[in-house]
Design a protein around this ligand. Structure first.
Ligand code: SF4
Length: 379
């Protein structure tokens, strides 16, 4: 298949909502447990000021309202969030995604979902096994995932992604297979499935270190990953990226923008932006509020080799690869000039292939994509 593509001038808009009902045991994202309406309002005030300061003179092609848990804001504040976002000029066919936690879709949020022009909801399901959800510290039950899907469908939102995780405490290949079966029975058109990462400083890491939490061994996790690929292919929604699968034609445009190295503007505390060769990260919540929404924690200009290498690393995560010639033209440098030897060795080893203008992992290389990327990075 030819690689998935987007125009070079694609611009994605990401809005970070840094609040959750409570912190999950594995999470090191910049979010905090919060139910303080006054703090939500201060956040929205600062977001509105940031939007005014950063609104670009370009159409936005995809919008992702993520977090954190945007739905923790409740229906009225979600509508206010949208009122801020809709001041950005956007393409007529813009993809508009809301990330939602299945434990937060009460009546007022459901009404907001139906009222906003969302094209997609991404539900953080993670598992359909009650014990696994409890071990992760998730706030919802398997039945609440089913109920949340019903809410999304009733709101008339056309596309649904389910997020799942494997390699969980207490999980076995059999419970993972059962989770996949339950997820696919809900007929999502997109599915993201990531292996659990034990992040330093989280309660999960402390539990693993203390021996109170046991994770599946490497073989079991590899078996789960292989089962995932087989089941999704059999269900007509093969992996189109290392951890993402979709029915034909309904991949995530917003995520594709990241994987193809297109520009994106991130609003909200801790959000990262990459625009016109500049990358910056916003300050975290307290400093963000103190800085009226325009406090930046760091900013750098990306050099051409770094930009190209990043495009290669991300583009090779896509099953059909990416247009290397176009990426080289956009960055003004060739891959051969910066990682030529590693590239030749990976091609000679049968892990990478050039297919016209495209560079992609071979069938043998795709399941080993992380190893392939590590070898390129080492160069
Ligand atoms: S809901 Fe998501 S962002 Fe919030 S604590 Fe859990 S994993 Fe982290």
């Amino acid at each position: 298949m030819p690689p998935l593509s987007l125009p070079e001038d694609h611009l994605g808009l990401y809005v970070h909502v840094p609040f959750c009902v409570r912190k999950c045991a594995y999470c090191d994202f910049p979010s905090q447990a919060c139910a303080d309406g006054a703090l939500f309002d201060r956040y929205l005030d600062a977001l509105a000021r940031e939007a005014d300061a950063r609104r670009p003179g370009r159409l936005v092609s995809s919008i992702y309202l993520g977090g954190g848990t945007p739905t923790v804001l409740g229906g009225a504040r979600l509508r206010r969030l949208w009122a801020i976002v809709e001041t950005f000029p956007r393409a007529d066919d813009a993809e508009i995604t809301l990330e939602a936690n299945p434990g937060t879709l009460g009546d007022d949020v459901a009404a907001a979902l139906a009222a906003l022009p969302l094209t997609r909801v991404s539900l953080g399901a993670q598992s359909f096994h009650p014990g696994e959800l409890a071990a992760l510290g998730r706030i919802h039950s398997p039945a609440e995932i089913d109920a949340a899907v019903a809410v999304v469908r009733a709101a008339g939102i056309p596309r649904l992604n389910l997020d799942l995780m494997y390699g969980l405490p207490g999980q076995t290949p059999a419970t993972w297979a059962a989770t996949l079966e339950r997820a696919l029975a809900l007929r999502p058109d997109h599915l993201s499935a990531y292996a659990l990462i034990v992040e330093d400083g989280t309660p999960l890491a402390a539990g693993v270190a203390a021996g109170t939490v046991t994770l599946p061994d490497e073989d079991a996790e590899a078996e789960m990953g292989a089962h995932l690929a087989d089941v999704l292919a059999g269900a007509g929604m093969p992996l189109y990226e290392v951890s993402n699968a979709a029915r034909p034609g309904v991949h995530s445009r917003h995520n594709l923008g990241y994987w193809l190295g297109r520009d994106y503007l991130g609003l909200g505390p801790g959000a990262v932006s990459t625009l016109l060769g500049l990358r910056w990260r916003n300050a975290l919540l307290d400093a963000y509020l103190a800085g009226d929404g325009v406090a930046v924690a760091y900013c750098e200009r990306l050099a051409a080799p770094a930009r190209l290498l990043e495009r290669v690393m991300l583009g090779l995560r896509l099953r059909d690869g990416f247009d290397l010639a176009a990426a080289e033209a956009a960055c003004g440098v060739t891959l051969a000039a910066i990682a030529g030897d590693a590239l030749l060795r990976l091609v000679a080893d049968g892990l990478l292939t050039r297919d016209g203008a495209a560079l992609r992992c071979t069938d043998a290389g795709f399941p080993l994509a992380n190893t392939v990327l590590a070898r390129l990075m080492d160069e």
